[in-house]
Design a protein around this ligand. Structure first.
Ligand code: ZN
Ligand code: ZN
Length: 397
């Protein structure tokens, strides 16, 4: 019976092998960059100069270091995943039962004995299925031949070898030697033929004298080197975060300038701003209530309508319009519950916005506040500190 599950070390070795292969491939990009960088260096500068060292470090991290850290961090999870996937495959095989007891395809007798089960992809109309199915190998004790059936009872069909010249089905003969087998393929239609040789000589894996050293290095078994890489990744992430912030500030300079321009009157000043304007339109006795200080500052107000010929609807609308217009260039807003009216007495609430995010929103909702800054060229980005990584992506330093 083919079993897939192997001991944990097998998967660890496999994972590390792949880490080393990738790293050996990628370090070449860094080595090349390093050589070119060194050649272009002004004669009075060394590679250790802080700016130069930073560029090299960033390039190293982008081409090799980040991936090494990722692989280090995902090592246990990947190994666990492989193990459970193989456990699952083994369980599928051991739980598989033939849908019906088949007769021998060659002598039609029954009483076949299962000699093997395996998971493999079934080929249907020349295309392999994505999912694996259990294939049973059975031995016939009567005619001594082997039969293969899929779990659902259908007979396994060998994949025909097709003639490369005319696409006919090739016939083949085998000749066995001690350490190899020769296959001679002949096409019955066009008589094209060729030979294939299968060697059993155990191929010795090429000796890789640096593997042990490279594995310890690239799989980050050395704590000092590992901590060094983690530190560099943190630095690069911090730099990127800072860079993004600068970029956002530069791109939205007109908004931030407008935020600086917003007037932020104190509560007492609101009375000075609103009272004269409202009085001019017939609203008298404008007063503020005690402010509620919470996440935002909210303050209620009231006033009296002195125009006896104004109905309640007009009175409310006019007051709202006046207040909105007057507070437009400030961080105060009339709250959405609006203004209420009873017997000529009007009241409502005002809210002050103080956090940068809120102010930004106020500015963006209000075209008047940004219009002065629209034409400023804010995209004067510096391109001096950009290098390209191995995939051609720009790294901004
Ligand atoms: Zn048989
Ligand atoms: Zn042919």
């Amino acid at each position: 019976m083919i079993t897939h599950l192997k001991d944990r070390q097998y998967y660890i070795d496999l994972y590390d092998h792949s880490t080393v292969d990738d790293a050996r491939r990628n370090i070449k990009y860094y080595d090349k960059f390093f050589d070119e960088f060194q050649k272009k260096l002004p004669t009075d500068e060394t590679i250790e100069k802080p700016g130069n060292a930073l560029i090299l470090n960033v390039y190293y991290m982008q081409s090799v270091g980040m991936e090494l850290l990722n692989r280090y961090e995902n090592r246990d999870d990947s190994v666990d995943e492989w193990i459970s996937s193989d456990e699952l495959r083994d369980r599928r095989i051991s739980n598989a039962r033939l849908a019906k007891e088949p007769n021998c395809q060659y002598c039609d007798k029954n009483g076949l004995r299962i000699i093997n089960k395996s998971l493999t992809h079934r080929r249907v109309n020349g295309v392999y299925n994505n999912h694996e199915e259990v294939l049973f190998m059975l031995h016939c004790p009567h005619c001594d031949k082997n039969n293969a059936f899929w779990e659902d009872g259908t007979v396994w069909k060998p994949n025909p070898t097709l003639c490369p010249k005319c696409n006919g089905q090739m016939a083949h003969k085998t000749k066995e030697y001690k350490k190899s087998v020769d296959f001679l393929y002949t096409c019955p239609l066009c008589h094209h033929s060729y030979k294939e040789k299968l060697d059993f000589k155990d191929k010795k894996e090429a000796v890789d004298p640096n593997y042990g050293k490279d594995r310890a290095h690239y799989c980050l078994l050395d704590k000092e080197f590992r901590d060094h890489l983690f530190g560099m990744r943190q630095t690069i992430n911090d730099m990127a975060e800072l860079g993004k912030e600068f970029e956002e500030k530069a791109e939205n300079k007109h908004i931030y300038d407008a935020i600086d321009e917003i007037k932020k009157p104190k509560i007492a000043e609101l009375v000075e701003i609103l009272r004269p304007v409202l009085e001019k339109s017939g609203y008298v006795d404008f007063n503020l209530e005690k402010p509620e200080i919470g996440k935002d500052v909210i303050v209620g107000f009231s006033c009296l309508d002195s125009k006896s010929d104004r109905n309640d609807y007009d009175s409310k609308k006019t007051l709202q319009k006046l207040i909105r217009k007057e507070l437009d260039d400030t961080n105060w807003r009339l709250m959405s519950d609006g203004v209420s009216y009873r017997l000529g007495c009007l009241s409502g609430r005002l809210r002050a916005y103080e956090r940068e995010e809120d102010l930004k929103r106020l500015v963006m909702q209000n075209k008047n506040l940004t219009k002065n800054y629209k034409n400023l060229d804010s995209k004067n980005k510096s391109t001096n500190n950009i290098i390209k990584d191995k995939d051609g992506n720009e790294i901004i330093l």
